[in-house]
Design a protein around this ligand. Sequence first.
Ligand code: BG6
Ligand code: GLC
Ligand code: GLC
Length: 783
Amino acid sequence: MRLSDDVLLDLMTRFQTEMVKGLGRDTNPTAAVKMLPTFVRSIPDGSEKGDFLALDLGGSKFRVLKVKVSEDGKQNVQMESQFYPTPKEIIHGNATELFDYVADCLEDFMENKNIKHKKLPIGFTFSFPCKQAKLDEGVLLSWTKHFKARGVQETDVVSSLRNALRKHKDVHADVLALVNDTVGTMMTCGYDDQRCEVGVIIGTGTNACYMEEMSHIDLVEGDEGRMCINTEWGAFGDDGSLEDIRTEFDREIDLGSINPGKQLFEKMISGLYLGELVRLILLKMAKEGLLFNGEIATALRTKGKIETKHVAAMEKYKEGLSNTKEILMELGLFPSEEDCVAVQHVSTIVSFRSANLCAAALAAILTRLRENKKLMRLRTTVGMDGTLYKTHPQYAKRLHKVVRRLVPNCDVRFLLSESGSGKGAAMVTAVAYRLASQRKQIDEILASFKLSKENLREVKTKMRAELEYGLKKETQPNATVKMLPTYVCGTPDGTEKGKFLSLDLGGTNFRVLLVKIRSGRRKSVRMYNKIFAIPLEIMQGTGEELFDHIVQCIADFLEYMGIKGARLPLGFTFSFPCRQASIDKGTLVGWTKGFKATDCEGEDVVDMLREAIKRRNEFDLDIVAVVNDTVGTMMTCGYEDPNCEIGLIAGTGSNVCYMEDMKNIEVVEGNEGKMCINTEWGGFGDNGCIDNIRTKYDKEVDEGSLNPGKQRYEKMTSGMYLGEIVRQILIDLTKHGLLFRGQISETLRTRGIFETKFLSQIERSEEFCSNLDWTALVTTALL
Ligand code: BG6
Ligand code: GLC
Ligand code: GLC
């Protein structure tokens, strides 16, 4: 049982390998040391506040606590607590009995403290290996130590506790966080010492947690920052890797335990087993005649007769020897002076080995922390707790000394957690509570973007009514959905042929195209195009400047294609509302989207284009059609699919066209056949009919736009506006202190700075699904 420093350094290396194995995605399933992510991402920073309940189950004592954390300048924590027994029937009973008991104790505590009516968040310290996917969930992997209730393994202990609490009508507390006792300890100590990044328990069981880099934790998405890992080091060796140092006594203890083959490292170290180890050694020595004159008292044969508290008492400075005598006498033994010295020696060897083993594993964690931080020297604090560590007179001293010897390049402060794990659990709960209430506030803010089926049905009905308004002669003049006849009376039938020029103005790009169409057996379409920029000052300058610029672009294109002399027929895709009296006439009703050139509204855009060509006097063109982009889209698709009778644009703007029966189009003569109607549905709602689903952000975006009050539906749907809506929400969330620490940057105040393409980029990112980033939430809400 004596381990040299060489052996300890070797164990340290082995444990480092185990940690890596536990963290790796592929190696974790077979790893003995489970390295469980805890979803605790930070150490307390002093901003925690509120009243919390804490449950502390799984150590030598079961405790219920009330923790009050105030943040009045100086940190301040007040705690009241009560211990409850954990009867064997309960911890070896079934799941319902166990959690009912816990809930009963909680109710009793709340009653005693007169807080039964209060709605307090609960932090649940549950000192067993749990697989967590979030903070308020934990599937028990296996019982350890002395617990063995049926039907709990493989189930979520948080929901079991919630179910049990539900049976108590006047208890309204909810479990917000599940933490291991090591995590509770680290957080308790972290509240007083920000450097604390490790928590170690040496009590009934033994275990440690520490802050690991997210980028090393394969099992949790994301690479930013750190997360606390519950190592569950008690299981070190369960895969056989410690067989060389395990003794016959360790094997015997294991075989007689309630979980043979499991927690082999823990069984060499922790309080539940130390006394028993001593007893087994004494028994063997007695059998071999080395103690008590070879006499074997019944007590020495009885499991559990020597407890860890006895080991501690026997090793006490000065009184140790007399304590030993007393203990042995109580066990019905009659020890000589020599026997007492020998028994004390056995105790020392067993407990020293325990401290050595812990030191080796802890040294491995410290080395890992130092390497993670790429430091030559690490200065850090380890939060410590556990009855063995606290009550054994020599244990702490020995452990500290060995750790410092094993990792000379770490300056370690060992900080005893005076108030147990409960305080730390309350800290974790405080953070969870703050996040949950922020989340709630955010949800409330974003709720105005949620559209129920009911809402959608209402939009549909209203849109339908508006469409009919727009078609009727009487109501047309005041209709918000303009329903513009396009004089396009059929979709392509494949007989089209020829060479055409085409302009495409009003979307993200301005394009000039040459389209060659063949019909018959060699049916084909070939296109050549060039994209041109339209500078902002042209979009919002004079009409003449705009059309001169367009003609300049056409000239460039003809030059580029080498067809300046050819007088080709031209189709003009003009993606704005135009009132048409024929296919080659279109009076601009009003600019939409980002255009605002003067002297165009009310004018025929075909005439304006013709005049600009004339002004340039370089080439001539035969403008034969002006079409909306929706119509262009329907015709493009109609060429491939004769069933196509609707064209929809979801781009910079939003609009739709469709084939309507002539008899329904009152504003155009004739009842035969069909005509395409450009609905201009972007204007839907301009009479206020959908104001019930417009949010304050939509209103802000509208007010800051080029055409306030107009195109309200378009402003809720199209690319020109989505980014701007997000920006308004971000500003508001920041004002509420929910983002960017409440600081609104000058940049964020700039109109248009948050582009719609960012929405796509944010939602395209791989981490999007797991990411709780508010901007991601916001953009999802919008879409
Ligand atoms: C293009 C059409 O494909 O889509 C344009 O050719 C139309 O006419 C555009 O305006 C709409 O999308 P966006 O995103 O460019 O506005
Ligand atoms: C056992 C448990 C572990 C706990 C430790 C200390 O090892 O498995 O979760 O932290 O005991 O109580
Ligand atoms: C705007 C225009 C409309 C166009 C749509 C899509 O709504 O008013 O004509 O179809 O944007 O570009």
